[in-house]
Design a protein around this ligand. Structure first.
Ligand SMILES: CNc1ncnc2c1ncn2[C@@H]1O[C@H](COP(=O)(O)OP(=O)(O)OP(=O)(O)O)[C@@H](O)[C@H]1O
Length: 168
């Protein structure tokens, strides 16, 4: 276990039905900070006093301009990222999905958002952990995952997927 308490963060995967009848998910190219250049879900740090749900509603609006009602998001579990070679990158991320929102995604200072078919996720351009859990979450499964990154701070060196916790 990490000796420092990891940042508590949140991430959301909003979906829509595309014109060709395929389900699409909103992802974005991260422009700044941790994971800059990677394609990520919308999200960020939970501020003191916020719940994960309050934080994700705020982050979705800050990063994409979309407005989501808290009740339209479903909590899907927790993914824990440990960086033994860069402790201050370690994070626990609460995962949400949703398919109701208002507005059109707009580029922000942090993220350049775009829709991707869920059966063609850009996994090669995402954080290395995503391939282990994101397809399952987008298929409706809950997740409880532990990921340890190696010395390059980019490649997953160990991972464990635990039995998903029941829905709250
Ligand atoms: C290591 N493998 C990873 N796999 C998938 N997603 C990852 C991730 N590591 C971080 N994330 C996501 O990144 C956001 C936090 O980003 P982070 O830059 O720390 O927060 P925030 O946007 O508040 O940044 P500022 O500190 O304000 O710049 C948050 O959604 C989190 O789920």
């Amino acid at each position: 276990m990490s000796p420092v308490s990891p940042y508590q963060v949140c991430v959301a995967f909003l979906t829509r039905l595309g014109v060709d009848g395929r389900t699409e998910v909103l992802l974005g190219r991260k422009k700044t900070g941790l994971g800059s250049g990677n394609i990520v879900g919308l999200g960020g740090k939970i501020e003191p006093g916020e719940t994960a749900l309050q934080a994700i509603v705020r982050e979705i609006e800050e990063e994409s301009g979309l407005v989501v009602e808290p009740g339209d998001l479903t909590e899907m579990g927790l993914v824990k990222f440990a960086f033994p070679f860069r402790e201050n990158w370690s994070q626990d991320s609460t995962v949400f999905v949703g398919s109701r929102f208002a507005g059109e995604p707009q580029e922000s200072d942090e993220v350049s958002p775009d829709w991707f078919p869920v059966d063609e996720l850009p996994l090669g351009e995402m954080w290395d952990d995503a391939k282990y859990w994101l397809p399952a979450v987008l298929a409706g499964e809950r997740v409880l995952g532990d990921f340890v990154f190696g010395e390059d701070c980019a490649t997953v060196s160990e991972h464990e997927l635990h039995d998903p916790v029941p829905s709250p």
